[in-house]
Each structure stands twice: as C-alpha cells, then as structure tokens.
Design a protein around this ligand. Sequence first.
Ligand code: PYR
Length: 392
Amino acid sequence: MKRLAPALALVLCAAIPALADKVATPIPIGIAVGQTSNVALFGQEQVNGAKIAEERLNAAGGVNGTKITLVFQDTAGDEAGAVNAFQNLINRDKVVAIIGPTLSQQAFAANPIAERAKTPVVGPSNTAKGVPEIGEFIGRISAPMTQVAPYSVKQAMKLNPDIKRVAVLYAQNDAFSSSETVTFQDAVKNLGLETVTVQKFQTTDNDFTTQVTAVLGAKADLVIISGLAADSGNLVKQLRQLGYKGLIVGGNGLNSPNMFPVCGALCSDILVAQAYSPATVDKNPVNKDFATAFEAAYKKGPAQFSAQAYTAVQVVTEALAKIEKETGKKIADFELAELREMLNKSLRTGSYMTPIGEISIQPSGEVEQKDFYVSKIVMNPDGKTGSFVLVS
Ligand code: PYR
C-alpha cells in the first residue's frame, strides 16, 4: 500500500486540472514606476497622475460598474528593480496589465519578463527607439522621441535664426538618452547646422566641468541635452554658472517640474518638446477634468509624466470595458491568462480620447498621437518653482 501511494497521487494529480486564476475584483492594474532613487523625479509625477486616473475613472463607473484598483510596485531606478517589480505584479498580484516601467533602460530588461508571461505592458514614458519591438505584449502611449524631439530644435532656430554651431551632450549609460541624441543629431544635420562637439556623461555624474569646458571652447550657440532629470539639471546649472549664454534645448529628461529645484533660477528659458500640454483644456474636456482634479489634489498643474500615466490607466480601463461589451461577459468571469491575451488585443483596437489628445495603439504596440508642443521653462522669483510655458 505504502509503495502504491506515490503512483496513486500522480494519477490523481493528472486527473484534477490545476485551478486557473480568475481575474480579481476590483480589477488589479499594475503600476511599476520608480518611486525611489533619482528616477523618482519622474516616478512621483507618474504616481500622482495614475492616482487621479484611478479616482476619476472609478467615479465614472470603472469598467461598466466594476472598480479598478492600482497595485503599485516601486522599481527604483535600475533594471533589477524593474524586473523584480514586474515579477511580483505578474505572479503574486496577478494584475491584468502593467503600466511601466519609467525608463526605457528598465523596459529593455523588464519587458521581456511580461512578454514571456503574456501580460500586456503599456509604457507610460518609454520613448527610446525599439521599445514596442521587444514583443507582442509590449505597447506604449508615450510617443518616441524620434517624433517629438525635432520640434524643439526647429523652435530654437525660430527664436534665434543665427544659430549655426551646436553642442550635443548625452548620458551614455541610459538607453533613452543614447537613442534621443541620435534623433537630435539627425535634426541638427537636416536643418543645416554644424555639430561642433558631442559630449558624453553618466546619469550618476554631478560634475560636468569637462563637458562645459568643451562646449565653451567649441563656441556653441545652441546646446542640446539628452539625460535624466538630476544629471541634466546639474549640467544646465554648471553651463550657466561657467558662462554659457546661448539657447538650451532639453530632451524628455528635462520634461519634469521636479527638475526645477536642481537648476533653480538657471533652468529658465530651456526649450523642451512635449507630448502633453495643459493649455489644451479648453478644447479637450478629458484634459480639463484631469487637470482640474490634479490641481485640486496636488495644488499644482499637471505636467507630461503625470498626464501620460493617467492616459495609460485610462487606456487599459477602456480596453477592458470594450472586452465586456464585445463578449457580453464580465471581466471577473474570465480566467486571468485568457483575459490578458484579450486585453492585449483590445488595447490595440479603436482610439482613445485622453488628456494627451486622441491616440491609438497600433498593432505593433507603437502609439499614434497627433499633437506635440514646445514649451519654454519659466522660473518663478522663488527660484525653485516654475512652469512650462507653451511657445508652439
Ligand atoms: C525614457 O526613458 O524613455 C524616457 O523618456 C525618460
């Protein structure tokens, strides 16, 4: 009898199918962004925007009457943190989709985990070339810098048609910055300008004396920076302190008001291309609702990273509602694995009216967005707060 027991157990196990996970209610959506480390300068804005989305979308009925719940997992600033957060959200928290990570650098490490687990990812701020190509379950609502960045260089030329000599600086240890600088350098060439120096730095650098000395020595009249918030903010500060007087164009890493305390009053006049503008509230009621709720909650207006995080939550929620409409079945009655696959398809059908305008996600996972903006940073007399003021 004793010797038969293992065999019997095997037969029984084979006969009883493993219990498949159902989708939980409220419907869990994972938010894997950098809430700590230097990346929190972006991540905190993303958390703020996502929380407004959760509140507003649930107040409007959630998914046809079923609430969503956001499950936050801090990725911190590196690849390992993002991988760990993705694993927890997929396997432990059993989320229907993941919104994240903050950086493209993290996306290239963590997204393959979601791809293997057939869990949809909606990138809220991944702008490097190649992110949607990571896999079938990888999409984004953040427009790639190949589309957005050239606008700011064109605007700089409008403000100063005499610009001829351009210095380009980028963080070589960051995937987004290395990708964005290629776009900037192409734009410079296409506009007939001369790149007089290309300087590299690390996102962890604090001292930019070498790079600034090279920029001044090359007599650049336009500086273009691709980095993250803290490094770029310090670089701008040191450029101004050491005497650079020309225009500065910042990439997506300078798209956050959390950078303002880093360069203080010296942040003034940086030009940044953006995929969101609070100025559209009069013609975009979704943006008006978002911006009003954001302002009431945080006593400040929203910026791009918050608006994109809201958009990502909205898109997932609406894609879930579409599944219910098409199948006549409640989300909670689906098995999780099946729902994740259906959600991935649903995300890629139709369009969404969001705070960043009307968008859609192509079958490839790439976002299609119509409107981009260029803003100039205007700092307040306190030297710590400021705003992005629309110039085009
Ligand atoms: C990226 O990592 O893709 C950003 O745009 C910050």
